[in-house]
Ligand binder design. Structure first.
Ligand code: C2E
Ligand code: MG
Ligand code: MG
Length: 744
């Protein structure tokens, strides 16, 4: 930071500059029960200047009187102290009181005694910081002068060190918290203390002010006001406040005049320096001293003033950032950060039992935004915030914790579905016109289950996810079991990432055959994961995870490319008319570059697209009709064929199915399983599916055939193709050649 660099420079300069600082009297307290000694001392030192300072004398006739003076007066530089007064050691006792009880460390002490026999112990000289010890007759004029000069020099040094130390303490304490306005005040005060010490004036002897254009109306005609940018001592609290508030008319008046005249002022007892600023926000510094400042000091003050005002600007900026971090501007509710801090605060200070955090998530907010526009989305959020505020503002803490998500902290009976649900029964009024019936999903987390606000919000958000699995508009409450399950899934996902990276995933191929002849027609590519312990993790467990995390896009593409390479090798080996069926997840299917990826993979492997089949599940096919239709058309245009996987488990609309131009239906294995076990029911469904498929011009393949019985029944029903353990399980790529050889 600039200010600190400048500060270091100025600390270097200080010694030389100090010499130029002139006369402030140095006060000397003479303590002696003998009037003659008082007179003789004053006489000896009268009219002398020591280190450019005139001297000023104070007199005490007893230790008690001296103590009273020391309590009352400040800035006593030297105490000339008689050892023997009321008692034989009254002087030594006073030394002890000065250092220990009055805690005065700066005054230098010179002990004097009539008789050498009363010399203090050496230890006393050291422990009580006594500067000098002389018998009275040793103190001739010259000796006294030398002795006092030494004492004053050391006094000055101690004072400067003291001021630096105090200033630095303030700076160190302040720099850590400059964000807050009072941090800036302490910082400015710290530096001013330093500068004042440098200039040889009291802490209140330097006040810096700046003209600023009032924040409210930042145009050129806005009124200018003058604020204090740096001050110390009793003025320290006025930093960043208006100059008018300073209760020192002279300081106020001088600074005002200086800024009005845009020129330095030299007053009887003060110097006021004008520092023009490029921005037009000029500075002025008031110095409580009649001595003109050196160039160096003037420059120092100028640099300081402008830097401290930059600091102030930053502080204001940070203040605004702080507000932004804590207050959501759109809905005027606290932010996630503020909410989490509030919960943390609650956990620290109060009972957690009986308190709940709720997370309210708007269903399909992205779609609402897309359909009705962002302005509408914003209005909806505001309306919801208002609704929450109207119902819960008094009793709960509210926040907007994400785009379309709100947080509620309150007593468990209040943050409860029975209480919250009715709030959403009435539609929201959007901009006084539209009424919007909102669907929200709500997750709850008990505060007693967590150690931090962050965990509470995480748990409740997790409950939202869980609630969503039951569809929009549901609620769920976090339980430790849910947490456990989530951790396991996270762990599994992590391992899956690793497995993908470390190539511990591979594709196995399950043959598909012509039902009548038993001849191979193709293969279905099935992803396999063998973990580090050699165990197989079933795809039904890890595919959904990969879908949720987005990993499926990369993974799916990899499956496609390696399957097509396998197909290409089979073709090269002479198996030219086989089909390769590849499972496509809904996430992949919806991703915008999916079609391009399929085209690339086919081109890369150099296989005929007609021999590439994509399996999409029935539920995907029936999802969002318009888009699916368009996407399928693009895929068909590439030349690939499409099979509907797990057919019979979804709810296909027949006319729709007709429009989609599907090549093949894969009858779900659950129906094949039921074929002979519970007889007629399954048979009838399979029969219906087969009839339907034929009517629509599709081929039918049955998956999961395990027995001859099932095979024969399917033959009777007119099914065309088959896949199942009866024929073969999925096998690694390098076994395919042999298998084909044995079965073709
Ligand atoms: P699916 O596409 O319906 O795959 C057929 C599943 O049935 C395979 O299970 C296969 O091993 C199993 N199966 C085959 N014949 C029989 C049989 O006679 N009896 C029984 N009981 N099961 C049989 P798998 O390999 O566990 O795959 C499960 C699901 O995982 C697949 O169902 C598919 O939805 C998904 N999946 C597998 N690989 C991928 C992939 O690469 N990408 C995507 N998106 N999903 C995949
Ligand atoms: Mg499949
Ligand atoms: Mg299937």
């Amino acid at each position: 930071m600039h200010v600190e660099d400048e500060l270091i420079d100025f600390l270097d300069e200080r010694e030389s500059t100090l010499e130029a600082i002139a006369a402030q009297p140095r006060r000397i307290l003479i303590v002696d029960d003998d009037d003659d000694v008082h007179q003789a001392t004053v006489f000896a030192l009268q009219g002398l200047e020591i280190l450019n300072h005139p001297l000023e004398f104070l007199h005490a006739r007893s230790a008690a009187e001296a103590e009273a003076i020391l309590r009352r007066e400040s800035n006593i530089a030297v105490v000339l102290l008689d050892v023997v007064m009321e008692s034989e050691d009254a002087g030594l006792r006073l030394v002890k009181r000065i250092r220990d009880d009055l805690a005065l460390t700066t005054p230098r002490i010179i002990l004097r005694t009539g008789q050498p026999g009363y010399a203090p112990e050496l230890s006393a000289i050291r422990d009580y910081d006594i500067n000098d010890y002389k018998t009275k007759n040793e103190l001739t004029r010259t000796r006294l002068f030398t002795s006092i000069t030494t004492a004053i020099r050391s006094y000055d040094q101690i004072c400067r060190l003291d001021a630096s130390r105090r200033g630095l303490e303030l700076i160190v304490a302040a720099s850590g918290q400059l964000v807050a306005e009072n941090g800036l005040q302490a910082f400015a005060a710290g530096i001013i203390t330093q500068i004042a010490a440098l200039l040889g004036v009291g802490a209140e002897g330097v006040v810096c002010a700046q003209e600023v254009v009032s924040d409210a109306e930042p145009d050129c005609n806005a009124p200018v006001e003058i604020v204090v940018v740096a001050a110390a001592g009793r003025f320290a609290g006025l930093v960043q406040r208006r100059l008018d508030e300073i209760d020192a008319p002279n300081v106020r008046d001088c600074l005002n005049r200086c800024l009005a005249q845009k020129a330095n002022l030299i007053e009887d007892k003060a110097v006021v320096l004008f520092f023009p600023a490029k921005s037009g926000n000029h500075f002025a510094a008031y110095i409580d001293s009649s001595i003109l400042l050196s160039e160096i000091d003037q420059h120092l003050l100028q640099v300081f003033c402008s830097n401290i005002s930059v600091c102030a600007e930053n502080t204001r900026l940070l203040g605004r950032l702080h507000d932004q971090a804590y207050l959501d501007r759109l809905v005027k509710l606290p932010t996630r950060t503020a909410f989490i801090e509030a919960i943390d605060q609650h956990i620290r200070s109060r009972a957690t039992l009986g308190y709940t955090v709720g997370v309210v998530d708007i269903d399909q907010f992205a779609e609402i935004n897309e359909t009705f526009g962002h302005a509408y989305g914003d209005a909806l959020l505001r309306a919801l915030a208002q609704r929450l505020h109207d119902h819960l503002g008094e009793t709960c803490r509210l926040a907007r914790i994400a785009g379309d998500t709100f947080g509620i902290l309150g007593l468990s009976w209040a943050v409860h579905p029975d209480r919250l649900r009715p709030m959403f029964a009435e539609p929201l009024e959007i901009d006084d016109e539209v009424r919007h019936k909102l669907s929200v999903t709500i997750g709850f987390a008990n505060l007693a289950d967590v150690k931090s606000g962050n965990d509470a919000v995480k748990n409740a958000s997790l409950a939202v996810k869980l609630a969503r699995t039951n569809g929009p508009g549901h609620d769920a409450t976090y339980t430790p079991e849910i947490g456990q399950e989530t951790r396991e899934r996270t762990h599994l996902l992590h391992s899956l990432y690793n497995a993908f990276e470390q190539e511990r995933l591979f594709v196995a191929f399950q043959p598909q055959v012509d039902l009548r002849s038993g001849h191979p027609t193709g293969f279905e590519a099935l992803l396999r994961w063998r973990n580090e312990k050699g165990e197989f993790i079933p795809p039904d467990r890890f595919i959904p995870l990969a879908e949720q995390s987005g990993l499926i896009n990369g993974l799916g593409l990899w499956v496609m490319r390696s399957s097509l390479r396998t197909l290409s090798r089979l073709m090269a080996a002479g198996w030219t008319s086989l089909r390769m069926a590849i499972n496509v997840s809904v996430v992949q299917f919806q991703s915008s570059d999916f079609v391009a990826h399929v085209a690339d993979a086919i081109r890369e492997a150099g296989v005929p697209p007609q021999q590439v089949e994509l399996e999409i599940t029935e539920s995907v096919a029936m999802n969002n009709a318009v888009e699916v239709e368009a996407r399928l058309r693009e895929l068909k245009a590439l030349g690939v064929t499409i099979a509907i996987d797990d057919f019979g488990t979804g709810f296909s609309s027949l006319s729709y199915l007709d429009r989609l131009a599907i090549d093949r239906l894969k009858i779900d294995r659950s129906f094949i399983h039921g074929l002979c076990a519970n007889g007629e029911d399954s048979s009838r469904i399979v029969e219906m599916v087969i009839t339907l498929g034929e009517k629509l011009g599709m081929t039918l393949i049955a998956e999961g055939i395990e027995t001859d019985e099932q095979k024969n029944r399917l033959l009777d029903l007119g099914c065309h193709e088959a896949q199942g353990f009866l024929y073969a399980r999925a096998m690694p790529a390098d076994e395919l050649g042999q298998w084909l050889h044995d079965h073709a």
